[in-house]
Design a protein around this ligand. Structure first.
Ligand SMILES: CCCCCCCCCCCCCCCC(=O)SCCNC(=O)CCNC(=O)[C@H](O)C(C)(C)COP(=O)(O)OP(=O)(O)OC[C@H]1O[C@@H](n2cnc3c(N)ncnc32)[C@H](O)[C@@H]1OP(=O)(O)O
Ligand SMILES: Cc1cc2nc3c(=O)[nH]c(=O)nc-3n(C[C@H](O)[C@H](O)[C@H](O)COP(=O)(O)OP(=O)(O)OC[C@H]3O[C@@H](n4cnc5c(N)ncnc54)[C@H](O)[C@@H]3O)c2cc1C
Length: 627
């Protein structure tokens, strides 16, 4: 696998910056590149049959980001259409559809969200009514709010999609199920009869993803188009329920896991750009008669950036750990064992929000850390922010997911109080709920975060119980306590992020050279200390630390910044992003930021002529009082 080989293919990288293209041109250009990229990738992957899927996926995502600043219209085909066929299709369906989808004979997407509902899946209104006479499903969008809205590639790219719709048999609803639906003619690409399709318009980011809308007017599909691995509809209309209705939500769990590693990548890119720029940028003159320092020497700048390096490492370690859990639960599910699915779901519902919340905030901080030049699109920090912040919402809005995680935590705590054992990542809830003696060590701080989580969870359970005792329904009590429920989930998630980062680093430490080990452990220390200071209120309240302890933490944090400073550039170089992948005037390896800014400015279409026609048309008459 060779990034350079792929990226040197003529036509994959843009000559004209994408931002100067019209909406339509952007789409057409991204389709041209998607096809070229697919062909290139296909031949490269063939050469690398032995490489595992995770590595291939990572390679593909990273290289994609060089070619598409704003993502590809094929994105949903790879990230959701194919995984849903794999996860929801019967053996026969998998064999048939995978052959077509893998070879790109068909292009697909995942159509779940509607104008009226995204979060509340059980509220989806698209109907799939079974007609036993013809052995077909009739797809229908009864009201405007039932139109599918958002799916990537749906507007003009995909000719098939997986539609999540409410199944009706003989007037009875049987919940939400996936259906493979052809939406365009394979020859002419015209929408099929009974299908209304279009694009949803310009957005903050994702402008080359071709997000679309889709409505049905009594559109018929054959019975075998329902993906029937879990639930089935027999010819005569008998409904056979799956072992757990939530298995239908499997693709979302997969993508939530994928997002954590994607956030590690996005943040690593942003901080590489901002840090390299901070090494070449000089500003102000703190000491007379001395040259202006690199802005990276200002401790406030180090405070903005070093935590982003550490967070990228933390997300990466957590993502790899979560992948292992995902693979092992998937294997268990395949053999009918569902016991560990709730834990995987709860973990994904904590780590997806925390990684996207932190990455979004830190990418924006990287942009701000570049001053005015960070505001240029050519710096590629604004677009990176646009992509990251989308992940705050997609694949489960963050507040909603934190509340899902809280549901599991509350259940676990109530069970624990009744004497039921706690398992897996929640086992620590049975431990000490006080910090006996604060020692300021990394392990001690991580233990304090666990105590904070225990105390927040137990406290919110008490609040819920008190609300219910005072006469509120469980639902109203839940809503009233929800701010503290999300705080409890965040506390649990922070405890997981911190402890997994530390333990995964410890596992690797033995094989690292002593100097490398030292620096990587400094990052762990920085991460833990940073969060202890960020959450100093919680520490004071639940971990009983004193003002003297806080003072020590602050000094230690400053010393860590100083210790990391000499290796900061090396640490971002070690992320090993090619210039094409950073796609940034500010972040290139050679440090020629000013030259690149000027070169990019010269690509502005406004610089093609010395006098713009509006001078003669408007400005001149206006200035002469003639307009
Ligand atoms: C540069 C290139 C880079 C590319 C790099 C790629 C990066 C990757 C990009 C991909 C690009 C994607 C682009 C966006 C694609 C979309 O956004 S697709 C649409 C995604 N939509 C969502 O995520 C919707 C969010 N909503 C939900 O997931 C669910 O409705 C909710 C919020 C979990 C609630 O569901 P519900 O049915 O109301 O369930 P609820 O009654 O609350 O819970 C019932 C039980 O089910 C359980 N449950 C709920 N969900 C699950 C589940 N999934 N599993 C197991 N159990 C579950 C609950 O824990 C609960 O258990 P108990 O407590 O009863 O034991
Ligand atoms: C860039 C992008 C790409 C997307 N791609 C796809 C795609 O390919 N396919 C697809 O099917 N979908 C896609 N989506 C849709 C996405 O999955 C939904 O937008 C997402 O699940 C959030 O749902 P929503 O829009 O209904 O938000 P809402 O649920 O309406 O959220 C609005 C507010 O209400 C709050 N809220 C909602 N419910 C609750 C609750 N129960 N408790 C407390 N607060 C609540 C939320 O916290 C939020 O503050 C995409 C979205 C984006 C932004």
């Amino acid at each position: 696998m060779d990034e350079q080989k792929v990226l040197s293919i003529k036509g994959l990288l843009d000559d004209t910056p994408e931002e100067y293209l019209s909406h339509k041109e952007k789409y057409e250009n991204s389709i041209r590149k998607s096809v070229l990229f697919y062909k290139t990738l296909h031949s490269t992957e063939d050469e690398n049959m032995s490489v595992d899927e995770k590595t291939k996926l990572n390679f593909r995502n990273i290289v994609t980001s060089a070619i598409f600043k704003d993502n590809s219209p094929f994105m949903l085909h790879n990230s959701m259409f194919i995984p849903t066929i794999m996860g929801q299709g019967t053996d026969e369906q998998r064999e048939y559809w995978m052959k077509r989808a893998k070879n790109m004979e068909i292009i697909g997407t995942y159509a779940q969200t509607e104008l009226g509902h995204g979060t509340f899946i059980r509220g989806l209104e698209t109907q799939a009514t079974y007609d036993p006479d013809t052995e077909e499903f009739v797809l229908h969008s009864p009201v405007l709010s039932s139109y599918k809205w958002w799916p990537g590639g749906l507007a003009h790219t995909a000719n098939y999609c997986i539609v999540m719709a409410r199944l009706y048999i003989k007037g009875k609803s049987h919940g939400i199920h996936p259906f493979m639906v052809q939406i365009r003619d394979e020859e002419t690409h015209m929408p099929l009869p009974g299908i209304k399709l279009g694009e949803i318009g310009a957005k903050l980011g994702f402008n080359t993803v071709n997000n679309g809308f889709l409505g049905f007017e009594n559109h018929r599909i054959s019975r075998d188009r329902m993906l029937m691995k879990n639930a089935q509809v027999l010819k005569d209309g008998t409904f056979v329920a799956g072992s757990n209705s939530k298995l239908t939500y499997g693709t979302m769990v997969y993508v939530r896991v994928l997002i954590v590693s994607n956030m590690a990548n996005m943040l690593a890119k942003a901080v590489t750009i901002a840090l390299r720029y901070s090494a070449i940028r000089r500003q102000s003159q703190p000491k007379p008669d001395e040259p202006e320092p690199q802005i990276l020497d200002y401790v406030t700048q180090q405070h903005k950036l070093f935590i982003a390096i550490a967070s990228s490492h933390a997300f990466y370690m957590n993502a790899m750990w979560l992948w292992e859990i995902y693979y092992s639960v998937s294997l268990q599910l395949a053999s009918g064992k569902l016991d560990n699915l709730p834990e995987l779901h709860a973990l994904a519902c904590c780590l997806k929000p925390l990684s996207t919340i932190d990455a979004t905030a830190m990418i924006e901080k990287c942009r701000l850390a570049c001053g005015g030049h960070g505001y240029m699109l050519s710096a590629n920090l604004a677009q990176t922010y646009g992509l990251a912040t989308a992940a705050y919402t997609y694949e489960g809005e963050n507040t909603v997911l934190l509340l899902q995680a809280a549901r599991s935590l509350v259940k676990a705590w109530v069970g624990h109080v009744k004497g039921r054992p706690l398992k897996g990542t929640m086992a620590y809830l049975a431990g000490d709920s006080t910090v006996k003696a604060w020692d300021g060590s990394i392990d001690g701080i991580i233990q304090s975060f666990k105590v904070v989580a225990i105390r927040k969870i137990s406290s919110v359970v008490k609040i819920l119980q008190d609300y219910e005792k005072s006469g509120l329904s469980p639902e109203d009590a839940w809503n009233k306590a929800s701010v503290f429920l999300t705080a409890a989930s965040e506390a649990h998630g922070r405890a997981v992020l911190l402890s997994v980062y530390k333990s995964e680093m410890d596992k690797r430490a033995a094989v690292l050279s002593p100097p490398l080990r030292k620096v990587l452990l400094q990052l762990v220390d920085l991460y833990v200390t940073y969060w202890a200071l960020e959450k100093v209120g919680d520490m004071l309240l639940y971990a009983s630390i004193t003002d003297k302890d806080v003072d020590e933490l602050q000094r230690r944090y400053i010393e860590l910044l100083a210790a990391i400073r000499p290796n900061a550039v090396g640490l971002v170089d070690a992320f090993d992003f090619r210039d094409e992948i950073l796609n940034s005037t500010l972040g290139a390896y050679d440090g020629r930021a000013y030259e690149r800014l000027m070169e990019e400015a010269m690509k502005s279409p406004l610089n093609a002529e010395p006098v713009n026609q509006t001078f003669h048309k408007y400005l001149k008459p206006f200035m002469r009082g003639k307009l």
